[in-house]
Design a protein around this ligand. Structure first.
Ligand code: BTN
Length: 326
């Protein structure tokens, strides 16, 4: 992994040994990770502090509860659709926010920036909210340069959602779909979210940072209020491998970024309708203090949500949508 501080190499090696979920004695861990017993203890403390559930089994050693294998940079590079020379790829064990890091320190003008992290300490969500980013999730961002972004960041978000849902379906998550504007849901639970941030003017040269937060396994260590409404890839498709999944998600985002400016309308047509989870549902759209109830009708050519309400047809360019139980 890139950009490690002192001790992080040892911590990663200890984590890699614990990734099989078996109990390992301190002695075996030290030998396999190539570190001292004291360094094993420190590594375990660091991992726990970072949110890993590591159990001490009396008289036997340590065991990672629901472990995940770390992302493998070399394999990621191999699986990415874009050539390494086109990319500025950064892989982090921990970072504040993959979106923030690409905006703070943008890639060279002619490169596409890609940041992937195992954990974020200040993950950002839509509408200024935070994004819960415990270790094991997949947090990725793509920074894409445009000479002109006809569909605007909103249209790009929808396009990315379509590509992500299609890839998730191809990975075996057949009921993955998009809840307008930026959520990927499966059976009423959130699997992923998209945050698109724009630097510059979409009518001229600009850069868009598209961030995707994908839950891996929802359970121990998650705040209770999230746990009931979220679901992870490993919960739904236990055969999915982390690095392969991260690469597939990144390829979906880069393909969406590549396609959006010229073909937004086509993509937001039949392909949108095939993954749209709201059309036909009874919804409540909240914007500030206002709440509008009605039936979702899909989106218009500009990506706005259409809702048939008692006051007539309404059009929303932003807002929080909840689905009313049938
Ligand atoms: C949402 O509010 O649903 C969007 C969440 C987007 C979270 C991702 S995680 C990777 C990238 N980095 C961030 O800080 N946020 C996005």
């Amino acid at each position: 992994m890139a950009r490690q501080g002192q001790g992080e190499g040892a911590t990663d090696r200890v984590l890699a040994v614990l990734a099989d979920g078996a109990v390992h004695s301190g002695e075996v861990l030290a030998a396999q990770a190539g570190v001292s017993r004291a360094a094993v203890w420190k590594a375990v403390e660091r991992l726990r502090h970072a949110g890993h559930d590591i159990e001490a089994v009396p008289g036997r050693g340590y065991r990672a509860v629901a472990p995940y294998p770390p992302l493998d940079r070399a394999e990621l590079v191999e699986r990415l659709a874009m050539a390494p020379r086109e990319l500025d790829l950064r892989v982090f064990r921990e970072v504040d926010s993959t979106n923030a890091v690409l905006r703070r320190d943008p890639p060279r003008e002619d490169r596409v920036g890609v940041a992937v992290a195992e954990r974020q300490t200040a993950g950002r969500g839509r509408r200024g909210r935070g994004w819960c980013s415990p270790p094991g999730g997949i947090y990725l961002s793509v920074s894409w340069p445009y000479a002109h972004l006809a569909c605007g960041p909103g249209g790009l978000t929808l396009t990315v959602g379509v590509f992500l849902a299609e890839v998730l379906r191809s990975l075996g998550i057949a009921r993955a779909g998009v809840k307008w504007p930026n959520d990927i849901w499966v059976d009423g639970r959130k699997l992923a979210g998209v945050l698109t941030e724009l630097d510059g003017d979409p009518m001229g040269a600009c850069r868009v940072t598209v961030g995707v937060g994908l839950n891996w396994r929802v359970g121990g260590g998650w705040p209770e209020d999230f746990a009931g409404s979220a679901v992870g890839i490993a919960d739904l498709a236990p055969g999915c491998e982390r690095t392969q999944t991260a690469a597939a998600m990144l390829n979906a985002v880069t393909e969406a970024c590549h396609t959006a400016p010229s073909a937004g309308e086509r993509i937001l047509g039949a392909r949108w309708r095939a993954v749209d989870l709201l059309a036909g549902e009874a919804v409540i759209v909240r914007i500030g203090d206002r709440a509008v109830e009605g039936q979702a009708l899909g989106i218009d050519d500009d990506g706005a949500l259409l809702v048939d309400s008692p006051e007539g047809r309404q059009r929303f360019v932003s807002g929080d949508v909840s689905v009313r139980p049938r």
